[in-house]
Design a protein around this ligand. Structure first.
Ligand SMILES: CC(C)(COP(=O)(O)OP(=O)(O)OC[C@H]1O[C@@H](n2cnc3c(N)ncnc32)[C@H](O)[C@@H]1OP(=O)(O)O)[C@@H](O)C(=O)NCCC(=O)NCCS
Length: 191
């Protein structure tokens, strides 16, 4: 879980037009269980068991949050936790994998795109990552749409394990290089 900068220490609050992204904490356990305990969310993710209970949420808070760059996605208007987005450091320095989920009640409102865009921007500009990878199950084109909107390109096909389903699932692997990131290009063109 190391990358060029070492294990995650800082995790700034990230703000977008509608969202505030902050470090997940024990007060979020109920919301996390409600969101990711939903089979329709869990079956689209690689590392989430089903059913998902308090001990799983505590494992997430104790083992994943301190070692990865993970944010709780909250609505600025209400503080409600509506999802999680994060970057998992790769063994290769300067590379991390993007993952995210949003509670079903909040799908189709642009939340995943808005939250993931903020985290990708931080990954390149704040963490100075070189490459961000991601992947989605072939039967989940909506996630492919989120990634395409952020500029990710397909780099291959694979079988990825899905803990909730209990077997490997055909997947599409994607990646975005720092020099292709639109927010970096915008920033550079303003210089
Ligand atoms: C994938 C997921 C994060 C998308 O979240 P979201 O907040 O609904 O996504 P957005 O609203 O930002 O939508 C992104 C695009 O997908 C489209 N989209 C979203 N839901 C859709 C649906 N059910 N059918 C068709 N298109 C859909 C949106 O219209 C948008 O495209 P557009 O701008 O061209 O209209 C959410 O469905 C989810 O949490 N799914 C379960 C977990 C998961 O799949 N995580 C990703 C694993 S790789």
């Amino acid at each position: 879980m190391q990358n060029g900068e070492g294990p995650p220490k800082d995790r700034p609050v990230l703000q977008t037009e509608r969202l505030l992204l902050r470090k997940p904490n024990a007060g979020d356990i109920g919301s996390i269980i409600a969101i990711v305990g939903d089979w329709e969310v869990a079956r689209r993710l690689a590392r989430v068991p089903h059913p998902y209970g308090e001990k799983d949420a505590r494992f997430f808070l104790d083992m994943i949050v301190p070692n990865e760059w993970v944010w709780a996605v909250t609505l600025r208007v209400s503080d409600e936790v509506v999802g999680i987005v994060g970057l998992t450091p790769d063994r290769e320095p300067g590379v991390a994998e993007l993952g995210y989920y949003v509670g079903r009640a909040h799908w189709r409102q642009g939340i995943a795109t808005e939250a993931a865009r903020a985290v990708v921007g931080h990954g390149f500009q704040g963490l100075r990552l070189r490459t961000i990878t991601s992947g989605y199950f072939a039967d989940n084109p909506v996630s492919g749409r989120v990634l395409a909107k952020l500029g990710f390109d397909e780099i291959g096909r694979s079988e990825r394990p899905c803990l909730a389903i209990g077997s490997s699932v055909p997947s599409i692997d994607v990646c975005l290089a720092a020099d292709r990131d639109a927010s970096v290009l915008d920033r550079d063109s303003r210089r």
